[in-house]
Design a protein around this ligand. Structure first.
Ligand code: GLC
Length: 803
């Protein structure tokens, strides 16, 4: 517990020293307005799109001690001069008597004590608001009175975040600021790019009069910027320069004389950083959160959102770290990945054309449909609108412009410019959504395909059901020499980029899963011809897969264009791939015997105490014929690293074969909440899954990176809830078919499904992993594992016995 601890009653993680190995961040707001805040007060915010409407300059590559985005200075009048420090520790780095960053649901609360001054700062985005609030309470802990000034500071970026970094003439020529002073003395300091002055302005303001302001970085730091953020020279003078920047590096700084505080006295300053269409709109908007009661109500509303969000499922098992993840941190991360895709994090910087990923967001949906189905549906509608008429999908899109592109595949002329898997994921997303909600009308909604005419109008639209059918139809035709789906530029593994004509067993299995989902759906819809057709396609692909892909102890992962296998005993590097083994079990293509052997090979050759490696052995040198995977040293990322996203698929496969002990072992070994004791090795936030951990071929085995935005979140949540706890929605009801560790005497859960509440108690008197022997619903015995759909608003008691 070196850097902090879990406070489960408050649903917070409390960081108790600022010197964590890397910045530990949290998310506030949504992409409508929001971003990340770090544990030393820095922020990276945008409105609608981090690439095209970025607000704050945050450069993660700078040292941890540097100023990033936003901070607050306090200035204590002392001995005829000033003592200047930041209650966030960064950037002034003063010695502190107390330092806490409470990482909460949608907020951070910082509590610090420096020089007898206690500061408590809550940072959050009021639900639906276009501003972030910094609610600051400064308390005098000294036994004498003290005079204090508070100076919130923000450093702006050009709205086009990439241009900020690659055009150091145009950008600064356009950046301007203007101050608006209210009769009360309150100042609203606006900032904008000249071209946006009448339609998009950022503003910094507060609820208290400001005696002066500064908007130019050079003047704030002083001496042509040989003054520093650690001690801005402007703060040594009684007042700031009141300079309205006409160009240059724009900041916002407002000097608030908080006055003289008696011992024990507290002052409250509410600062806001927001965006509006123009000065009038900004002033109207800013007025709301100058009222402390409105801020309190907004914070309660944020809390209420999370209460509601988390109320859909609550579990109690014998493992508190499992409960902590499943009940709070993992669902929160699922909502975060749903909101941000892979667009904006400390690692994925939201610059240029990255946008929202088709594959990624289709999977993120799986983690939130039980809690925010309407938001899941809205995201699926966006995704379906970038699917093409041929059934394939654009790889990513910008959510502001809705322009889509082919992702990294554009970087190689000698490779296909589509991904073999993207479009298949949306079939899963939609079908899981239907099972959760019963909203079959969604299938009838018409959504345009992405292909457009010269004027930018869609060439064709189709119902959601038609979109799904085209997705599998694309892959049915897009096959290679073994009758297996082509790889395209890549499948789920973005970095294996083989020559055109290569086949992917991952795509084969994902196609199998999609076909099975569609067959099941068509059965519900009563379309028996379609059911037969999809079952036929499934059987054909299953045969092609089994004929070609078995390697003796495991399944092969790819065939190169010339038929050479990858992921085979025959290879010296990349002999075995995790996804090559888990997915045949998930798809049902692997018969139990081969499935068991394949998963045992994973356990033998790929498992480590820090998680399951993606492949082994790593490639040891750049090879353009294989692609991006060979740019990494062995043990890093997709090159034999522990790529966490692939771990829950092995958990799921193990539960399908009935081994709950192993599924749980795999779950527990990557649970970040269980990493708190070896956090100097792990380095990342213990309250969110990272994307990757260095594998045992790397000297820094165990080091995590790329926290927060990862498919690990939705899939670990799925593995834990639907497969280990075994609570899974179906078209007919809620299936309860656990596969738990044999040592668990059982568990209890409360699950909301289609508006009814299911109180589930599972008992495991004989210490098995799987096998429901009795299922009682409100005392009535039921055959099978599916609890029928109860009327909305009712509560159902479910007793499950394993044996
Ligand atoms: C990254 C990408 C994801 C891909 C994975 C494996 O997480 O966002 O789309 O599947 O890497 O390459």
């Amino acid at each position: 517990m070196k850097y902090g601890y879990f406070d489960d009653t408050r649903r917070e993680y409390v960081i108790t020293t600022p010197k964590t190995p890397v910045k530990w961040v949290n998310y506030v707001g949504t992409m409508r307005f929001g971003g990340i805040i770090d544990h030393t007060g820095g922020s990276l915010l945008c409105k609608d799109d981090p690439a095209l409407n970025r607000i704050v300059k945050y450069i993660p590559q700078l040292p941890a001690s540097d100023f990033k985005g936003e901070t607050l200075y306090l200035r204590v009048h002392e001995a005829g001069g000033y003592r200047i420090f930041s209650p966030f520790f960064v950037p002034t780095l003063d010695p502190y008597d107390r330092y806490e960053c409470h990482v909460g649901l949608g907020y951070n609360r910082y509590v610090s004590e420096f020089y007898g001054i206690r500061t408590e700062i809550t940072v959050f985005v009021p639900p639906g608001a276009m501003c972030v609030v910094r609610d600051v309470r400064v308390t005098n802990l000294r036994d004498e009175k003290v005079t204090i000034d508070a100076i919130p500071v923000v450093e702006y970026t050009h709205f086009d975040a990439l241009k900020q970094f690659n055009n150091a003439d145009w950008v600064p020529q356009t950046m301007q600021s203007k101050a608006y002073r209210e009769p009360s003395g309150i100042v609203l300091l606006a900032q904008y790019a000249f071209m946006n002055k009448d339609r998009q302005i950022n503003y910094l303001t507060s609820n208290l009069p400001a005696s002066s302001f500064e908007s130019d970085r050079k003047r704030f730091l002083g001496e042509n910027e040989y003054g520093t953020w650690k001690q801005p020279l402007a703060l040594l003078a009684p007042e700031l320069g009141n300079y309205e920047a006409l160009r240059g590096d724009n900041i916002g700084a407002l000097l608030h004389p908080l006055g003289t505080l008696a011992p024990g006295e507290t002052r409250r300053l509410i600062a806001q950083l927001g965006q509006a269409e123009g000065p009038e709109a900004a002033r109207a908007q800013a007025a709301t959160y100058r009222d402390p009661d409105a801020v309190d109500r907004a914070f309660e509303a944020e809390r209420a959102f999370w209460d509601e969000y988390l109320s859909k499922l609550a579990v109690e098992t014998p493992d508190p770290s499992f409960d902590s993840m499943v009940n709070v941190h993992n669902p929160r991360q699922c909502y975060t990945t749903k909101n941000w895709s892979r667009y904006l994090s400390l690692y994925q910087l939201g610059l240029g054309e990255r946008g929202v990923g088709f594959r990624d967001s289709s999977q993120d949906v799986l983690g939130v449909i039980d809690r925010v189905p309407a938001e899941a549906r809205a995201l699926m509608e966006m995704l379906l609108s970038v699917q093409k008429r041929d059934g394939s999908a654009m790889h990513q899109f910008n959510p502001l412009s809705m322009h889509a592109n082919e992702g990294d595949s554009r970087e190689r002329d000698d490779r296909p410019h589509y991904y073999g898997d993207d479009h298949l994921w949306i079939v899963l997303a939609v079908c899981w959504y239907l099972k959760e909600t019963g909203d079959l009308d969604f299938l009838k909604q018409e959504i345009p395909f992405y292909d457009k005419d010269r004027h930018g109008s869609p060439l064709e639209k189709g119902t959601v059901l038609e979109h799904l059918k085209r997705a599998v139809a694309f892959t049915k035709k897009d096959t290679g020499a073994h009758g297996l789906p082509l790889l395209g530029f890549a499948d789920w593994n973005d970095t294996v980029n083989l020559a055109a004509g290569a086949e992917s067993m991952f795509n084969a299995n994902l196609y199998g899963v999609a076909l099975r989902e569609l067959a099941e759906l068509c059965e519900v819809l009563g379309d028996h011809a379609a059911v037969e057709a999809y079952r036929g396609d499934y059987a054909a692909m299953k045969k092609a897969f089994n004929d070609a892909a078995w390697d003796g102890e495991w399944f092969i992962r790819y065939f190169d264009a010339d038929g050479t296998p990858l992921g085979s005993q025959k290879n010296s590097e990349g002999k075995i791939y995790t996804n090559g083994q888990s997915w045949p079990v998930i798809s049902g293509f692997a018969e139990p015997d081969r499935g068991r052997r394949a998963l045992d090979s994973v356990h033998r050759l790929l498992n480590t105490k820090n998680g399951i490696k993606l492949s082994w052995p790593g490639f040891n040198g750049f090879d353009p014929a294989k692609g991006g995977v060979t740019t990494y040293p062995p043990g890093a990322k997709e090159n034999g690293g522990i790529f966490l996203h692939a771990n829950p698929w092995v958990m799921i496969a193990e539960t399908l074969l009935g081994n709950g002990d192993r599924a749980y072992e795999y779950y527990h070994q990557i649970n970040p909440a269980a990493k708190n004791e070896k956090i100097d090795e792990f380095e990342c936030e213990p309250y969110a899954y990272p994307q990757n951990i260095l594998g045992d071929e790397h000297p820094q085995f165990g080091l995590a990176r790329n926290s927060w935005l990862s498919g690990t979140s939705a899939w670990t949540y799925t593995a834990a809830t639907k497969f280990i706890l075994g609570i899974a929605p179906t078209y007919a009801g809620l299936s309860i078919n656990p596969c738990i560790p044999s040592t668990w005497p059982g568990y209890t859960a409360k699950r909301v499904f289609r508006g009814a509440e299911y109180i589930i108690r599972v008992r495991n008197p004989r210490g098995v992993c799987k096998g429901v022997t009795a299922l009682e619903v409100d005392g009535r015995r039921i055959e099978g594992t599916v609890v029928p759909i109860a009327p909305a608003g009712t509560r159902v008691q479910v007793e499950v016995t394993l044996g």
